[in-house]
Design a protein around this ligand. Sequence first.
Ligand code: AMP
Length: 459
Amino acid sequence: MTTFAELGLAPDILRALDEMGYATPTPIQAQVIPLALQGGDILGAAQTGTGKTAAFALPLIQRLLPFANNGTSPAKHPIRALILTPTRELAIQVEEAVQAYTKHVPLRSLVVYGGVNINTQIPILKTGVEILVATPGRLLDHVQNKTLSLSQVNTLVLDEADRMLDMGFMPDLKRIVALLPAQRVNMMFSATFPEEIRKLADSILNTPTFIEVARNATAVTVTQVVHPVHHERKRQLLAHLIKSRDLRQVLVFTGTKLGCNRLANELNKAGIHADAIHGDKTQQERIKALDAFKAGTIRVLVATDVAARGIDIEALPFVVNYDLPHNAEDYVHRIGRTGRAGALGEAISLVSEAETRYLRDIEKLIGSTLPPVIVPGFEPGAADVPAFQSRSPRPERHGDRERSAPRSKPAARDALFDAPYVPSETARADSAPALTRPTAKKQVAALFRSPVKPDSAGQ
Ligand code: AMP
């Protein structure tokens, strides 16, 4: 097995890695580091959790070592490497990683992102930093204010490029790239590779080496479970799973900001300590929630895709898709939050009948089927069955949209619900073979197909 030393990294960097407990390079690191040390452009197909941050940051740092100095003059510390990320959270994390990797070398780094007072960032920029991690909008604010110069940048990294595209950063990216010296090294990483990303790569990268690690594939260490459930019962099922399985550090994804807030409130009412992060929360609120979640004082963090982007929590054990994403690629991003760098993780999806089409898209993208596991008492045909109400001290109030949904016929459907209940430990152990079971997809579809036609239908 390759070691970091064999990849050609300098002793001061190796020392930092050793202190961080990085024993061996991950596959993307083993492939990217030697090439990037040579100064070649790289196009990396890798999702978060593969160790891609170190893959681009370590060679970038090493190539800046000749410029490392303890001088006090700002002129001795121009911005030499620019790392762009789609979100503030990811920017913060990347810069934290850079700080850790540069612990023993005199290279300075800084993160700048929007949503906070720009004036607090200016004094540090003025003292000079070699490595700048930024979100595109705030970077351009600084360029416009002339509070930084990009004229000496020799390395550009675009992290999570597909997300930048989704978030509408393409015009900003183009403006930024136009401000950089033409002579530079470029690295671009993306979890997914739609056509637009390939075009962007063509326009920015110079004959790049394409490195692919588990492209569009979910990390092998993530157990994926699908719980078919009536949409009106999702909140109760989630609370039930968290309590009965004593789940802690659960990252829950919802489709909307409103749903995100509402679910966090409901969980708190059910005695499960939860907080919400989404685009309408201030940066301070998001950081506070994230820190509390990392520290374990909040048990559940409910998030929208954008807010959760790039969240890196050491060995995050559980990710729940409360709403299935409409874009299958988001599923890959979401469950990339768990089972990271070799740790075991579990991705639990609560799937209502209306969401089966999204489930199929996801299965197509990841190239495997997700076995349905019915939780007793939460059979998908049953909405507000009395049995449940006696089980829960707090029956939920449902929103109008949910209440107007047609009721299914639980008794008649039950015959179809033959997917076994798999206790969590078994699900974990069985997950790999189960995912490739060819019949599983049909099984899921069958679960939601009503065998009972309304009386009028046959006439
Ligand atoms: P990333 O995909 O860059 O977000 O990294 C995911 C997580 O894996 C982070 O918590 C890193 O600190 C960690 N990590 C990255 N590379 C290694 C390694 N070679 N050994 C152990 N942990 C690593």
